[in-house]
Write a protein that binds this ligand. Sequence first.
Ligand code: URA
Length: 200
Amino acid sequence: MTIEVPTRGGLTALRRAAAECQGCGLYRDATQTVFGAGPADARMVLVGEQPGDREDLAGEPFVGPAGMLLDRALGDAGIDRDEVYVTNAVKHFKFTLPARGKRRIHQKPSQGEVSACRPWLLAELDRVRPELVVCLGATAASALLGPDFRVSQRRGEIVAAQGIPAMATVHPSAVLRAPDREAAYRGLVADLTVAARHQA
Ligand code: URA
């Protein structure tokens, strides 16, 4: 199915249209489209992978455990979450439901799902026109910086995405899963501090 991304109107028009998106199959099982959130004139855009269980239910990005860690890291880097626009590369929750389990298990979106959702992400960047885009993890980096971009090798570097200065760092969920969580957290804060300085 073709995706009808409005070429006119602001974020509100985009959000309304994205709520009806059937550009890939993920809309069937997800509760709702989780569109980006934050000020339309934000100087920084953060891009995650896809909504998780909590975000799917709340309809807001990064409100679950990864979001709480992200909020703390942003604060430690001197960035006010209320001043950034936060979104995801894929806007529907992808999950499996184990036969007897109750908890929905996150599944990584496919390249096709990332590509299908990309026009929404590009439209958000077009409307917000930030001074810096921060890709949180490999899926966001792949969507905006190309499939060959390696976050592990180039994290914290200022590059360009769609003509906008950009940077990639690790995903907050990767910090939560890291064997040395403190070191991983410090790494995330260090990268976000580079992002904050880029704007100062
Ligand atoms: N992980 C993401 O990538 N995005 C969210 O919104 C929540 C968790």
